[in-house]
Design a binder for this molecule. Sequence first.
Ligand SMILES: Nc1ncnc2c1ncn2[C@@H]1O[C@H](COP(=O)(O)OP(=O)(O)OP(=O)(O)O)[C@@H](O)[C@H]1O
Ligand SMILES: [Mg+2]
Length: 358
Amino acid sequence: MNNDLKVLPSEVNLETRRVLKQLTMSHKSLAELKGFADMIPNKYIIINAVIINEAKDSSEIENIITTYDELFKVMSSESYKSPAAKEVVNYRTALWHGYELIKEKKFLSTNIIIEIQGLIESNRAGIRNLPGTVLKNEITGETIYNPPGDKKEILSLLSNLELYINEDYDNVDPLVNLAVIHYQFESIHPFYDGNGRTGRILNVLYLVLKDLLDSPILYLSKYIIRNKTIYYKLFQEVRNNQNWEDWILFILQGIEKTANETLILIKEINDLMETTAVKIKEKLPKIYSKELVDLIFFEFYTKISHIKDGLGVSRKTASNYLSTLEKEGFLLSEKIGRERIYINKDLFAIFKKVGTRN
Ligand SMILES: Nc1ncnc2c1ncn2[C@@H]1O[C@H](COP(=O)(O)OP(=O)(O)OP(=O)(O)O)[C@@H](O)[C@H]1O
Ligand SMILES: [Mg+2]
């Protein structure tokens, strides 16, 4: 139960034989995902869908549970209130914001980390400056770890981490470094809350920073939910026994597995977009356009104003398009307050299926 967190780099040899073997596989899966994601024509739309899904999964680790249904309602209507879904939307905002900053600055600073956490929590509490934050065993309530309590110490550990993130120490493989950085960030535990979610966003931003991904598309949240007990246990293994190997292997295996699953998922969405386009073209040639297909895939749902603005047609035409698409079974509408939203039910079904695929 100590709190003498060591600065980086670690003196331990991190790239053991088992780690090196796993690295080859993790890199292979990640490169395939990157290659496909770079190539798909509807890149932005598909990434956006994956991010919505990640926002939901990552928030679920923190017990912020919402349904897709609630989520779409909050996303589509200002007047719809659901605190849990709003938190998920905040997470998504934080993620996109972080991604844009990394792309622009090509540097992942402590300030960016603070901004991200501020958006997740939608407050400006910033770095902890009161002692008393401890990590407890969720079941027994026993204290497992005391993160550093002094603000100066937290800031100095963060600047050491910032250096480690942005420099390439000793040519250690960036995926190994990702595992090290995640451990270190969570152990510094710089905020009162939201450290897990912020740390999970940092993981993907780091992959982008190191050019292992171009788009923010790989998320370990689902893998962490499935393996939560071991994930928590391995933190302590590093802390108490310097067992970096098992921790690194755990993260690397997560990267391999998740990259494979994400590749399947984005191929599925891409296929659905293509077949939907063909079907609309065949059945409804008068209203078909690529832009219309894009609009009904964007954010899973659409509404009259989106079609009107997106296609530059009148409100009446937009409304006709949507009801025709609903009649033909492409969309399913629902009224929220005074507005009607149209859900892309096949896209929705893919994500529901992923949600239950364990
Ligand atoms: N023993 C430990 N040592 C270091 N970090 C830990 C340990 N146990 C858990 N953590 C990290 O702390 C995070 C939880 O911290 P916090 O509650 O501030 O974040 P959150 O985003 O609100 O929660 P969650 O991660 O559960 O969604 C976990 O996700 C994990 O990454
Ligand atoms: Mg929390």
